[in-house]
Design a protein around this ligand. Structure first.
Ligand SMILES: [Zn+2]
Length: 69
């Protein structure tokens, strides 16, 4: 799952958590967030969000293999 950040107010959208109170269930991929959804804090449009984290599961798997070889 990816994490996206609003470039105007630094609001974080975590795909794993979604925004349930905004009607976006946990686990909603960014592509599946409605295109007319706005940042809850500053009302920026989706295009204002930048990808800041990717392949988190793979990173966790790598770090676990280091801890438990
Ligand atoms: Zn924002």
């Amino acid at each position: 799952m990816n994490i996206w950040v609003c470039e105007f107010c630094d609001y974080i959208y975590d795909e794993a958590k979604g925004v349930p109170k905004e009607g976006i269930p946990a686990g909603t991929c960014w592509e599946d967030v409605p295109f007319n959804w706005n940042c809850p804090y500053c009302a920026a449009k989706k295009f204002a969000f930048k990808l800041i984290e990717q392949n988190q599961n793979r990173v966790n798997a790598v770090s676990m293999s280091i801890l438990n070889p």
